[in-house]
Ligand binder design. Structure first.
Ligand code: UDP
Length: 472
C-alpha cells in the first residue's frame, strides 16, 4: 500500500469517535494513519468537540468534518457535565444521548453524492452497527481497550453471567475460556455491564450497543500482536472470523507529543527542564488518566506515600468538575508542596503525558491502568505501579502482572491507599532493585516500536485495513 502525505481519493469511510479523551485520542491517531493510506475520510463530531480535530485537519486537509448538533435530550441529569459535549462520569447518559444522532446520520448519508462504504466507530457507539445495516455498509468497531480486556467485556455481554447472591459484590466471576482464565470479583467488572444487570439508566441501549459490537463486521484494536498474541487468537475464535486488526500502539509523532489532547507547550518546556536535572530512571510519574479525580482522603494518603518514599516524582492531578461535590475532591494537602520542594512537582490539569513518559529521567509510572496510559508506558519502556480503578483497568493491570512490568499498589476507585505500602513500592520502583522490570519494559518497548515500524505487524495491519476498505 502506498503511503500518501495528502490523503483522499480512495474509498470513503465515516469515522465516529466517542467523545471522551481516552477514546477520542487513539481514534484520531488511527484516522491519521488511515488518511496516510489514501482513504477519503469524513469524521463526525458534535460542535463543542470540533476543536479536538484541529491538528488532524491541519495535517490532512482532505478530511471532512461532519458536525452534527448535540442531540436534544432530557436524559442527562444534573451533575453530569455536558458543557463540552464530553462526559464526566456520565458515560451511560452520554451513550443514551448520542443514539439520537441515528436519523441525522441517515439523512446526511442519503443526501451525500458519494456516501461512505464503511463506518469506523468507537466501541461505545455499538448502535452504529444497526445504522450500518440500514445503510447497507460495513461497521468496524474501534476498541480503545486492549484485547485481553475486550475479551472479558465481550464475554460478559454474550453470556451475561449471574451472581448466586446479588448482594455479594465480592462474588468471583470466572472466564474459563479466555487464556490464563481471568477471574474478577463482581465489583471489578465493567460498570456499564453491572449497571445493565442492575437495571440502571439506558440498560437496553447498553445491551444493544454491546451486542452490536460483537456482531460488527470488523474489529480494529489499539494493541499489537506481539503484546497480546494469545488473546488475539482467542478473540478471532470468539468472533468466528479473522477480520480483526491490531494496529497499536497508536501514538502521536514525536513533534506532536506535546500538544496531544490539548497540553500546553510552556508547561511541557518547564517539565522538560525540571526532568533534565535528574539522572535516568529516577523520577516517578503519577497520573490517573483524563477522568479520575481522587477524593481528599485518597489525595492525603497518596501525598503522604509520596512524601515518605523520599523519591522524586511528578504528580499530574485533575481538577474536580461539576459532577464532584465541592470541597470533597482533588485538594492537595496543605504544606505538601513545600515539604517535597525540589524533588516533587505537581501539575494541575492536563499534562503532556506522552512527552513525559519518553523523558529518560522517568523510571516508573503510577497509573490507573487506562489502556492508553498502559500502551504509552510500554512504548516508552517504563514499568508501572498499578492502581486500577474501574472500567477495563483491572484486566489491564492483570496483563501487566502477566508481563511482569506492573506492581499492584492499590485497587478500586474509592479505595484509600496504604501510605506505607505506597511509599515502599514508589521508592523501590526508582531504586536499583527495579532492574528486572525496567529490562522487561525495554524489551516490550522495542517490540512496540518494531510493530509500528515499516515491516511491523501493526504497520502491515494498517496497510491491510486500508486495502480492505478499498475492496469493492
Ligand atoms: N492524558 C494526558 N494528560 C493528562 C491525562 C491524560 O495526555 O493529564 C492522556 C493520556 O496520555 C492518554 C489519555 O489521556 O492518552 C488517557 O487515556 P487512558 O486510557 O489512559 O485513561 P482514561 O482517561 O480513558 O481513563
Amino acid at each position: 500500500m502506498a503511503i500518501s502525505e495528502h490523503g483522499g481519493g480512495g474509498a470513503h469511510i465515516l469515522v465516529f469517535p466517542y467523545p471522551a479523551q481516552g477514546h477520542m485520542i487513539p481514534l484520531l491517531d488511527l484516522t491519521h494513519h488511515l488518511a496516510l493510506r489514501n482513504l477519503t475520510i469524513t469524521i463526525l463530531v458534535t460542535p463543542k468537540n470540533l476543536h479536538f480535530l484541529k491538528p488532524l485537519l491541519i495535517k490532512h486537509p482532505s478530511i471532512q468534518p461532519l458536525v452534527l448538533p448535540f442531540p436534544p435530550t432530557d436524559s442527562i441529569p444534573d451533575g453530569v457535565e455536558n458543557v463540552r459535549d464530553l462526559p464526566s462520569g456520565g458515560f451511560m447518559y452520554m451513550m443514551g444521548a448520542l443514539v439520537h444522532l441515528y436519523d441525522p446520520i441517515v439523512d446526511w448519508f442519503r443526501n451525500h453524492p458519494s456516501p461512505p462504504v464503511a463506518i469506523v466507530s468507537d466501541m461505545f457507539l455499538g448502535w452504529t452497527n444497526r445504522l450500518a445495516g440500514e445503510l447497507k455498509i460495513s461497521r468496524y468497531v474501534f476498541s480503545p481497550s486492549g484485547v485481553m480486556a475486550l475479551s472479558v467485556i465481550y464475554n460478559l455481554w454474550r453470556h451475561i453471567p449471574k451472581r448466586n447472591d446479588p448482594r455479594d459484590e465480592n462474588e468471583v466471576i470466572e472466564f474459563r475460556d479466555i487464556p490464563n482464565y481471568p477471574s474478577y470479583e463482581w465489583w471489578k467488572l465493567s460498570p456499564l455491564f453491572r449497571s445493565y444487570v442492575e437495571g440502571g439508566p439506558h440498560s437496553e441501549v447498553l445491551l444493544a450497543s454491546n451486542v452490536g459490537n460483537i456482531e460488527s463486521f470488523g474489529l480494529i484494536i489499539n494493541s499489537f500482536t506481539e503484546l497480546e498474541r494469545g488473546y488475539l487468537d482467542y478473540m478471532k475464535k470468539f468472533l468466528g472470523h479473522d477480520r480483526v486488526w491490531a494496529v497499536g500502539p497508536l501514538l502521536p509523532s514525536e513533534e506532536e507529543r506535546v500538544g496531544r489532547g490539548g497540553a500546553n507547550e510552556i508547561l511541557a518546556g518547564e517539565i522538560k527542564s525540571w526532568f533534565d536535572q535528574f539522572e535516568d530512571a529516577t523520577v516517578v510519574y503519577v497520573c490517573f488518566g483524563s477522568q479520575a479525580v481522587l477524593t481528599n482522603k485518597q489525595m492525603e494518603m497518596l501525598a503522604l506515600g509520596l512524601e515518605k518514599s523520599g523519591a522524586r516524582f511528578l504528580w499530574s492531578c485533575k481538577e474536580p468538575t461539576k459532577g464532584h461535590k465541592v470541597g470533597e475532591y482533588g485538594i492537595i494537602p496543605s504544606g505538601f508542596e513545600a515539604r517535597v520542594s525540589g524533588r516533587g512537582l505537581i501539575v494541575r490539569g492536563w499534562a503532556p503525558q506522552v512527552a513525559i513518559l519518553s523523558h529518560p529521567a522517568v523510571g516508573a509510572f503510577l497509573t490507573h491502568c487506562g489502556w492508553n496510559s498502559v500502551l504509552e508506558s510500554i512504548a516508552a519502556g517504563v514499568p508501572m505501579l498499578t492502581w486500577p480503578m474501574g472500567a477495563d483497568q483491572f484486566a489491564n493491570a492483570d496483563l501487566l502482572d502477566e508481563l511482569k512490568v506492573g506492581s499492584r499498589v492499590c485497587e478500586g476507585e474509592r479505595t484509600v491507599p496504604d501510605s506505607n505500602k505506597l511509599a515502599r513500592l514508589v521508592a523501590s520502583s526508582v531504586s536499583d532493585e527495579n532492574g528486572a522490570p525496567i529490562a522487561r519494559a525495554k524489551v516490550l518497548s522495542k517490540a512496540a516500536q518494531e510493530s509500528i515500524g515499516k515491516v511491523g505487524s501493526s504497520y502491515k495491519a494498517l496497510d491491510n485495513l486500508g486495502d480492505h476498505f478499498s475492496k469493492p
